[in-house]
Ligand binder design. Structure first.
Ligand SMILES: Cc1ncc(C[n+]2csc(CCOP(=O)(O)OP(=O)(O)O)c2C)c(N)n1
Length: 444
């Protein structure tokens, strides 16, 4: 379990000052962040070399502020928090090390797919060679949460995703070709080129959809959990939700009903400290976001979201409870996103992390990047001799090829015919009703 070193935190004043002095143009300041991207594996060890005894061996001041509500905090103070450089050995790593090797490699591959697919799109958006447009919220830096959670789910379990959902989709088995084609708005895409990043859905894989409505997920996942309970299928539903979404009243009311009905649902709060450019602690009166629902009497766990072993382990416990009919639980995973909220301000081709954003410092971004969830997982597996370096390199190459192939697939697709604009938008009442009644064993 993660026990951050809670210290008094910055108030609104410090945050507004940061906003005011940095200004929007600072988003494009030349970056001092490590040159990684395709050469990631080569350059990251250099970054990490400074971790032992170097300046990153201590916590850094977060301009975006950590979990709030500490009774000791005074406006203007700052809070220091950073997870350890290495995944700590303990129960969670023991459990992880007992997984079959092919499962560990699959989890690593899923993390690489997320990282490399989004990095590819970052380079394409920033490079400007393609006619790419629309929102694109990166998940890079948060991969251990989606993959750790999915590692404890079955294929037919449900997930409700968010606007920042590429990682959830990929971890649940989303098709990279169809995802890429959708970003290019091609008719070969998941939404036939009419949805873009934020509406990708794949019911065949239990993916209830990415969703641009912040706070909608708790109801969607709770509804799926109710359906599972009614049908007696033992499927579990997971709701991924940001710290911002967890401030929505929908979260509380969904969790309350889930407790009442003992629904098999798990709310996974991805606490990356930021809601667009607003510091989480400026609107969160409690120490952790998950504290909001503690009074309902359901389990709430806080874990290091960059530690795949911790996420996987706690999810396994939550899933076991849910399948046993013991009801819902909440996992709050502490993490950080490497890029801007949406789009690529401060990002460059071939470089990881966005620099010069007005609401957080480069130092902070770099410190979090040195806690790269993929590198930590990789180092753990090598340290425990669970896999070989060759296994991992082969996955790096094959996932990169999948990503590149998906871009070629997307480019080769056709844009949708405008005459089809109103297709696939509405279902007739009859179709919907017959689907419902058939499922219930009635005829329409
Ligand atoms: C109902 C609703 N209100 C406001 C927005 C605008 N909006 C988009 S993302 C966002 C912040 C979300 O923050 P969080 O839930 O913490 O997720 P994160 O982006 O940090 O992953 C907001 C307010 C929206 N999309 N939907």
């Amino acid at each position: 379990m993660l026990q951050p070193n809670l210290k008094p935190i910055n108030g609104r004043r410090g945050f507004m000052k940061a906003l005011g002095t940095a200004g929007a143009t600072a988003a494009f300041v030349a970056t001092a962040l490590p040159k990684t991207a395709q050469a990631a594996e080569a350059s990251r060890p250099d970054l990490l070399a400074g971790l032992t005894g170097g300046k990153w061996d201590k916590t850094v001041t977060l301009s975006t502020e950590g979990p709030g509500g500490n009774p000791n905090w005074k406006p203007g103070d700052s809070m220091k928090f950073l997870p350890p450089a290495k995944i700590p050995l303990g129960l969670a790593t023991q459990q992880l090390s007992q997984l079959p090797k092919d499962k560990l490699l699959k989890m690593y591959a899923q993390m690489q797919r997320i990282r490399r697919w989004e990095t590819k799109f970052k380079d394409l958006f920033v490079g400007g060679e393609d006619d790419l447009y629309g929102a694109f919220h990166t998940y890079i830096g948060e991969e251990a949460i989606a993959v750790g959670v999915m590692g404890s789910l079955n294929d037919d379990d449900y997930i409700a995703s968010t606007h920042r959902g590429h990682g959830h989709l990929i971890a649940k088995g989303g098709d990279l070709n169809k995802m890429s084609a959708e970003i290019f708005f091609k008719e070969t895409g998941y939404n036939k080129g009419y949805g873009g990043s934020m509406h990708i859905t794949d019911m065949s894989k239990g993916i209830l959809g990415m969703n641009g409505i912040v706070g909608a997920g708790p109801y969607l996942a709770s509804g799926a959990a109710l359906a599972s309970q009614v049908r007696g299928t033992k499927q579990v539903a997971v709701c991924f939700q940001g710290d911002g979404a967890s401030n929505s009243p929908y979260f509380f009311s969904a969790a309350r009903s889930a407790v009442n009905y003992k629904l098999p649902v798990i709310y996974v709060i991805e606490n990356n400290f930021q809601m667009i450019g607003v510091a989480m602690s400026t609107v969160t009166p409690t120490k952790y976001v998950s504290d909001y629902v503690k009074g309902l009497g359901l389990p709430t766990w806080v874990v290091d979201g960059n530690d795949i072993a911790a996420v996987h382990s706690v999810t396994a416990e939550a899933v076991a409870r849910a399948r046993a009919g013991e009801g819902p639980s909440v996992i709050e995973a502490i993490t950080f996103r490497w890029f801007d909220h949406s789009g690529f301000a401060g990002a460059k081709v071939g470089i990881d992390g966005a620099a010069g954003l007005p609401y957080r410092s480069n130092e902070e971004v770099q410190a979090w990047m040195s806690r790269d969830p993929i590198l930590r997982f990789k180092n753990l597996m090598l340290e425990l001799s669970l896999v070989s370096g060759g296994d991992l390199l082969a996955i790096d190459a094959s996932t990169q090829k999948e990503v590149d192939d998906s871009i070629a697939f997307a480019r080769s697709g056709k844009s949708p015919d405008p005459a089809t604009t109103a297709f696939h938008v509405y279902a007739t009442g009859k179709v919907v009703a017959s689907q419902f009644f058939n499922r219930q064993g009635f005829s329409a």
